[in-house]
Design a protein around this ligand. Structure first.
Ligand code: EPZ
Length: 473
C-alpha cells in the first residue's frame, strides 16, 4: 500500500520497483467480519483516468501538471514507462509534473509494458509526436485475452504502417511529413482503450478524425477534457461519435482528474453489505448512475448529501437483483465482482452476466469457499442468496475481485485471510486504511506470522492501522 506521505522526485533510479517487494509479496490481509462501518471516506483520483492522462501528456512538448493523482502501483508503473521514454517527472503528494519536452525514445520497454496493460496507450501519442512507436503487445491477463486490433486498425486508417514482429507493435507514419492523417474510423466494439488511443493520436494529425461507435466512459471524457485543456479540438466525447480536428502542437496545462467512480462504487457496496451508513466524497453522481440504480433495486437508499457527496443507507434486507455488465452507461464490468459479493447475501436468486470480458468470473470459486451458493455457466453466474458467509482463506484473482473479497470478508462471520494483495495495490489507494478509519477490523500482516496454527481464532482487541507502504525513493 502506498503512503500519502511519499513525496519524491521520480527518477530512473529512484522509483519503487514495480514488482512488489518480497515482504509485500508475503503479506496477506487478515479481515474480521461483522464490524459495522460508520463515517466518511475520501475518494481518490480515478486510476483509469490518471493512467491515460499520463500517456496523453506525451502529446505536449511543455510541462503539464496533473492533480488528484492516486498513489497506486499502476501509476508508479506508468511513471516508469514515461521515464524510459525520456520524460522528466516530479511527483509531490497527489501532483505529478510531466515534462515531455525531451521526448526522444519511441520504444517502450517490454519488461514495463508487460506489467501494465494501460502502458500500451503510449502508442498513439508517440506516433503523433515522433511519427514512430515501438510498443510491446500488452498480452492477456487474468480477465481475458485483451487484444489490441481495434487500436492497430484505427492507427492504420490514420496512415500508420503497423507491423507486429516478435510480440512488438512497430508503427511509423509513412511519408516525409511524418504526420498522421485524419480518418473516419468505426470501432467494431466501443473499446475504452482504442477510443483513447485514437483520440490522442488524432489530436496532432492533419485534418479531421471521426471515431464512430466510440466508448463513452467518464475516463474517455476526462481525457478529452485534458487534451482540450492543452489546446486540442475535440467534440462529442461522452457520446458514441467523437470528432477531433488536428492541430500542429499542444501547450502546457494544469489539470485535475475526476474522482474514481469504481472506488466510490466499491465503498457504496461496502455500506450495503455490512448494513452500515457511510458517506463518500468527492464523487460525481452522474458517473455512478447504473451502480446507484442497482443498489436501490437491491434495497438500499443512496442519498445525495451535496453535489459531490453521497450517503448509502442500507435497507432492512438485501434484495436479489440481476445485472448485466455493459459498456458505459451500462453497469460497469469493474463493479461486477463487488456487486456479486452483495448478492451472495440477498434474499433470493440473482443472475449476473459478464458481457465485457471473457474470463471475469474467477472470484465465484472464492466466494463459494466462504459459503456462497453460486453456479457458473459460461459468462453467467446464478447467485442463490445465503443467510451468512463464513470467513476463509481466499486468493484474489484480479484487481476488482480482490476488492470484492475484502467486502465479503467484512460481512462474513469470523476471519478471512486474503492473499494476492499485489492486485489490490494496483488499483486502490490505501483501501485498508480507509476501511479501518470507518471501523473495519482488518490488517495487513506478513504471511509467516499468519501461520494459522499459531493464530488465535478470537479477533484481537486492537487493530494497528496498516503502515505497509511502497516507497517512492
Ligand atoms: C479499460 O480497459 C479499463 N482499463 C478496464 O479497467 C475496464 O474494465 C475496461 O476499460 C472496460 O470498461 C483502463 O482504462 C486502464 P476495452 P480496456 O478496450 O481499454 C475487447 C480495471 O479493473 N477489445 O474497453 O482494455 C477486450 O478484449 C480495468 O480498472 C478487443 O477485442 O477495455 C474486452 O473484451 C480492468 N479488441 C472489451 O473489448 C481491442 O482492440 C473491452 O475492452 C480492444 C478491446
Amino acid at each position: 500500500m502506498l503512503s500519502r506521505e511519499a513525496t519524491s522526485i521520480i527518477s530512473p533510479i529512484g522509483l519503487s520497483k514495480s514488482s512488489s517487494s518480497p515482504e509485500e509479496e508475503n503479506s496477506v490481509l487478515e479481515i474480521w467480519g461483522r464490524s459495522p462501518l460508520a463515517g466518511d471516506v475520501k475518494i481518490s483520483g480515478a486510476k483509469n483516468s490518471a493512467l491515460v492522462v499520463m500517456a496523453g501528456a506525451l502529446l505536449c512538448s511543455q510541462d503539464c501538471r496533473i492533480r488528484n493523482i492516486p498513489l497506486l502501483v499502476d501509476v508508479a508503473r506508468m511513471s516508469e514507462v514515461l521515464l524510459a521514454l525520456g520524460v522528466k517527472l516530479h511527483h509531490q503528494a497527489d501532483i505529478l509534473k510531466i515534462d515531455s519536452s525531451q521526448l526522444s525514445c519511441s520504444k517502450a520497454p517490454y519488461d514495463l509494458v508487460s506489467k501494465l496493460r494501460a502502458s500500451f496507450f503510449v502508442i498513439g501519442p508517440l506516433l503523433a509526436r515522433l511519427g514512430v512507436a515501438r510498443v510491446p503487445l500488452p498480452g492477456g491477463c487474468a480477465i481475458g485475452a485483451r487484444p489490441v486490433e481495434l487500436h492497430v486498425r484505427g492507427l492504420q486508417a490514420m496512415g500508420a504502417d503497423v507491423q507486429i514482429d516478435h510480440g512488438t507493435v512497430h508503427a511509423y507514419v509513412r511519408g516525409s511529413r511524418g504526420k498522421l492523417q485524419g480518418a473516419r474510423i468505426y470501432l467494431d466494439y466501443p473499446s475504452v482503450g482504442a477510443t483513447e488511443t485514437l483520440m490522442m493520436a488524432a489530436t496532432l494529425a492533419e485534418g479531421e478524425t471521426i471515431i464512430e461507435n466510440a466508448a463513452q466512459e467518464p475516463e474517455v471524457v476526462d481525457l478529452a477534457r485534458f487534451c482540450r485543456a492543452m489546446g486540442s479540438r475535440i467534440r462529442g466525447a461522452g457520446t458514441n461519435t467523437i470528432t477531433i480536428s488536428g492541430v500542429s502542437s499542444l501547450h502546457a496545462t494544469d489539470f485535475a482528474i475526476i474522482p474514481d467512480r469504481i472506488e466510490a462504487g466499491t465503498f457504496l457496496v461496502a455500506g450495503a453489505l455490512t448494513h452500515s451508513e457511510i458517506s463518500l466524497s468527492p464523487v460525481i453522481p452522474d458517473h455512478l448512475t447504473p451502480v446507484i440504480a442497482k443498489l436501490r433495486e437491491a434495497g438500499s437508499k443512496v442519498i445525495m448529501e451535496a453535489p459531490n457527496r453521497l450517503r448509502i443507507v442500507p435497507g432492512q434486507a438485501i434484495l436479489a437483483t440481476d445485472i448485466q455488465t455493459r459498456p458505459y452507461p451500462g453497469f460497469p464490468t469493474d463493479m461486477q465482482a463487488q456487486f456479486m459479493a452483495l448478492m451472495t447475501l440477498s434474499e433470493g436468486n440473482s443472475l449476473i452476466t459478464e458481457t465485457v470480458f471473457e474470463n471475469r468470473l474467477r472470484h465465484v470459486a472464492e466466494f463459494n469457499r466462504m459459503g456462497a451458493d453460486i453456479r457458473l455457466q459460461g459468462n453467467y453466474a446464478l447467485v442463490r442468496g445465503v443467510p451468512n458467509l463464513s470467513g476463509a482463506p481466499v486468493v484474489a484473482t484480479d484487481l476488482r475481485a480482490s476488492a470484492a473479497l475484502v467486502l465479503a470478508g467484512l460481512a462474513a462471520e469470523g476471519k478471512t485471510i486474503l492473499q494476492g494483495l499485489h492486485h489490490l495495490d494496483r488499483g486502490y489507494e490505501q483501501l485498508e486504511l480507509k476501511l479501518q478509519q470507518l471501523g473495519a477490523r482488518l490488517q495487513r500482516i506478513s504471511r509467516e506470522c499468519n501461520d494459522s496454527e499459531n493464530q488465535p481464532d478470537s479477533d484481537p482487541a486492537v487493530f494497528t492501522p496498516t503502515q505497509v507502504t511502497h516507497k517512492f525513493k
